[in-house]
Design a protein around this ligand. Structure first.
Ligand code: KG4
Ligand code: ZN
Length: 334
């Protein structure tokens, strides 16, 4: 009998559903919430409402395009955390209702572990052990992955996530949310060595991104006093320069982790791994240092239910299912 899992992701501002059959992700339906762009960040209340509207149609589309009937399903998986409480509740309640109605198991998935296991959706897949730099709007971590469900956080941010730093710096330049992809785009036409900003560094494998954000803000304020149009005139060079700083900060610790762990397979995951500068820097370092690198396809970098289905498959094989009383965990531990 086939193992057919319906997976639901609703942790932030993407409502997504995917059908995963025997560990193969059949589809990945994603509804992105555009409503937040004018507010400069995700508005939790609006995110919950938008999930509520999108979840029914998104699940239906995933079931239809995978040609799967309700009676074919073996389990329902959902993102249990971390994420926004109201957003997680929508996916969690929907998943529970389906599991109850169909009398099938429920699987609660950790969002960040799922970002890492997105590497097993398509070839080439990393072999164990490997290191994964997980970079999103809420997290920045270096994780050692010894098996599908055996992961250890080696280092992480002590304040802002790198995605947050991208978005906040973009906001300081007057760009809409999410600013990360816009900085990426503007940086392509800019000189990354043009400007330098003050940054703070943490010992070991931990990160801090609040210092560079303040350094960037102070720099802009100083320059704007001399020329009110400074930002407008220098958007490309500013984007390229802040992107270079953030990427160098990320990769410095990755290099340290490779040395410390003696593991030279390096993967990146999470929304910021869609960044073209980070991708090319990783490839460059791979050639220079003899690493083997893994970068998921763009669709599987940002939030998606395919990665939830993939993770649920391994949890299912390990017998890791959740009771109907399971609740969303906004700060779910790794
Ligand atoms: O993983 P994700 O989709 O959602 C969270 O779990 O947070 O990551 C979203 C983050 C946002 O901060 C967004 O600006 C950033 O990923 N992001 C990028 C790029 N694409 C998405 N940052 C820089 N360059 C990009 N191309
Ligand atoms: Zn994410």
């Amino acid at each position: 009998m086939k193992n057919v899992i319906l997976a639901i992701e609703s942790s932030c501002d993407e409502t997504s559903a995917s059908v995963c059959i025997d560990g193969k992700v059949m589809n990945n339906v994603i509804a992105t919430q555009e409503i937040h762009s004018k507010y400069g960040g995700v508005v939790p209340e609006l995110a919950s409402r938008a999930h509520q509207q999108a979840i029914g149609p998104v699940v239906k589309e995933a079931m239809t395009t995978a040609n799967v009937k309700m009676s074919d399903l073996s389990a329902i998986a959902f993102t249990q955390g971390p994420g926004l409480l109201g957003a997680l509740l929508v996916g969690g309640a929907f998943a529970k209702s389906m599991a109850l109605a169909l009398d099938i198991p429920l699987i609660g998935v950790h969002h960040m572990k799922a970002h890492i296991l997105a590497h097993f959706i398509e070839e080439p897949k990393p072999k164990f052990p490997f290191l994964c730099l997980t970079v999103s709007g809420g997290h920045t971590q270096i994780v050692r992955v010894d098996d599908y469900l055996d992961m250890t956080v080696l280092g992480q941010t002590t304040d802002d996530a790198v995605g947050e730093a991208f978005d906040k710096c973009a906001k300081l330049m007057g760009l809409p949310y999410p600013g990360g992809p816009l900085i990426d785009k503007l940086a392509k036409e800019g000189d990354k060595t043009k400007f330098t900003f003050n940054e703070t560094s943490m010992p070991g494998l931990d990160y801090s991104f609040s210092g560079i954000k303040t350094g960037f803000m102070n720099f802009l304020n100083r320059e704007k006093m001399k020329d009110a149009d400074f930002v407008e005139k220098n958007k490309n060079d500013l984007s390229a320069s802040i992107q270079r700083h953030l990427i160098d900060m990320l990769m410095e610790k990755v290099e340290l982790a490779v040395k410390q762990e003696g593991v030279s397979q390096v993967a990146i995951a999470g929304g910021v791994s869609a960044n073209s500068g980070l991708r090319s820097k990783l490839e460059e370092m791979a050639v220079e240092k003899g690493w083997e690198t893994f970068i998921p396809r763009f669709e599987y970098c940002t939030d998606n239910a395919g990665m939830i289905g993939m993770t649920a498959h391994y949890q299912w094989l390990a017998g890791d299912t959740a009771p109907l009383s399971v609740s969303p965990m906004p700060r779910m531990k790794f």
